[in-house]
Design a protein around this ligand. Structure first.
Ligand code: MV4
Length: 476
């Protein structure tokens, strides 16, 4: 939906690909044409390169936007597009490949003068690991070179533990990524996750669009992001932005990308470069006024970046709440099913990016994200007030959502003070008691549900579903 909205504004016709499960999804209807790739499991549809290229050939597509997941950071897919003469809307395949190897990315960045965490290259055996860790100092973190997003990481406190952990990490990496290479970094306790948005064009121009703080996460899934970071100062921002630009220049970066840092006690270190547009990009759009997808499309078409660095300014404060079909009180398990009632918030400072509606069936196969609630205010206080108000207004009936959990986080005093790290959620188990209380409190959702209008709502939702199904049946 996000990509097609930008296309529509530019007058670019769109073709959607979907799985059997998404045949009736709204995005398939919104597109000018839609093709079913295959069965619901992503392997047989959204991750099947041959099938996607086939559709692109059939419909004569000039370009493919890979979205934020699935094949968005797959170098083989980008290379295949390049070979087929289809513009891949993203960086060059070599860039994706280089940044996909976390060891290589570290080397490139260290050489370019970007601060990296003290650490190693590829570790072959436990003894080599022990020597390196002694040098670095415990605790250390074992990471998979082909990993990223936190998969396959292991904190190690001493030599004895390390000797066991290395071989285990290698075999875990082999089974998860088909590649056993691991490396070691100094473990930074209680870091904050701060990332910088960058854009580069084909003519060597690279700019940044400020930072996003993404520390409020659970098991490496981001929950709430904000910009600016509450800890940002003018001086820190200058240093981090310079490092982000240096990182992007080191790989002659083209298109939209994110340079990810961890921050702790006044220091920051490069972690990874994400070679795609990210889910949380709207908070940057809200603060800068730049349509990042439109920028991606223009860059891929060979246009020059139309902005100078000095023209990019961040005004005010933005937050993004990821609204998901999951049950916080049941270990955050996904709650796929039919949305029976839906009313999204609105009013000043609110943007809701979503592709759902009444009667929408959330399939069990993919991510549980329902919508992104993006809030703007002149300052953090105003943005937080609007966030509370918008979360109160949001009504989603039929599936359990994390709306009460989002409310609990936003009401938390440490969060309100901006006093948090990547460990915030695990260190605030009382959030779950808050969720129980909030779930019982008066809310618009509760009022809707209690109105005995459930039957009417279900009837409307069934009518909407039937209408969309019929429309889609004629074109997909
Ligand atoms: C770290 C770290 C502490 N020290 N590296 C997790 C995701 C991946 N991008 C790297 N991650 C981390 N790397 C060192 N040397 C802590 C994390 C980390 C983290 C980073 C960003 C956002 C959330 C996180 C949650 C747990 C751990």
């Amino acid at each position: 939906m996000r990509v097609m909205r930008a296309c529509k504004e530019l007058g670019i016709p769109t073709v959607a690909v979907c799985s059997e499960a998404d045949r009736k999804a709204f995005f398939a209807l919104y597109a000018d044409e839609a093709y079913v790739l295959g069965p619901s499991p992503a392997r047989e549809s959204y991750l099947n390169v041959d099938k996607i290229i086939n559709v692109a050939r059939t419909c004569g597509a000039d370009a493919i936007h890979p979205g934020y997941g699935f094949l968005a950071e797959n170098a083989d897919f980008a290379r295949r597009c390049e070979r087929e003469g289809i513009h891949f809307i993203g960086p060059r395949s070599e860039t994706i490949e280089a940044m996909g190897s976390k060891i290589k990315a570290r080397e490139i960045m260290a050489r370019a003068g970007v601060p990296t965490v003290p650490g190693t290259g590829a570790i072959e055996n436990p003894l080599e690991a022990a020597d390196a860790a002694k040098e670095i100092g415990y605790p250390v973190l074992i990471k998979a070179s082909a990993g990223g997003g936190g998969i396959g990481m292991r904190v190690v406190e001493d030599r004895r533990e390390l000797m066991h952990a290395i071989e285990h990490a290698q075999s875990t990496a082999q089974s998860a990524f088909g590649e056993p290479t691991v490396y070691i970094e100094k473990y930074v306790r209680h870091p904050r996750h701060i990332e910088f948005q960058v854009l580069g064009d084909d003519y060597g121009k690279i700019i940044h669009l400020g930072e996003r703080e993404c520390s409020i996460q659970r098991r490496h899934q981001k929950v709430i992001e904000e910009s600016p970071s509450p800890i940002m100062t003018r001086e820190l921002k200058e240093r981090m932005a310079a490092a982000a630009l240096r990182a992007a220049r080191a790989v002659d970066y083209v298109n939209a990308g994110t340079v990810e840092f961890i921050y702790s006690e006044g220091n920051f270190y490069f972690l990874e470069m994400n070679t795609r547009l990210q889910v949380e990009h709207p908070i940057t759009e809200v603060l800068t006024g730049v349509d990042l997808v439109q920028a991606q499309l223009r860059i891929a078409a060979g246009e020059r970046l139309p902005y100078r660095q000095e023209e990019i300014q961040q005004h005010g404060w933005a937050l993004e709440c990821r609204v998901c079909a999951e049950d916080a009180l049941n270990n955050f398990t996904p709650t796929p099913g039919t949305i029976r009632g839906y009313r999204s918030p609105g009013g000043i400072g609110i943007r809701v990016d979503s592709g759902v509606h009444m009667g929408y069936v959330i399939p069990p196969y993919y991510d549980s994200l329902i919508s992104k609630l993006v809030i703007y205010g002149r300052d953090r206080k105003e943005a937080l007030e609007r966030t509370r108000r918008a979360l109160f207004e949001y009504v989603i009936l039929g599936v359990v959502t994390n709306l009460p959990f989002l409310k609990a986080v936003v009401e938390n005093e440490d969060f309100q003070r901006g006093d948090y790290s990547t460990h915030f959620i695990e260190e605030h188990p009382e959030l779950l008691a808050d969720v129980e209380r909030i779930s019982k409190e008066r809310s618009l959702g509760g009022i809707f549900a209690a109105l005995k209008s459930n039957q009417a709502i279900a009837a409307i939702s069934a009518a909407v579903s039937a209408y969309l199904a019929e429309e889609n049946a004629q074109k997909v």
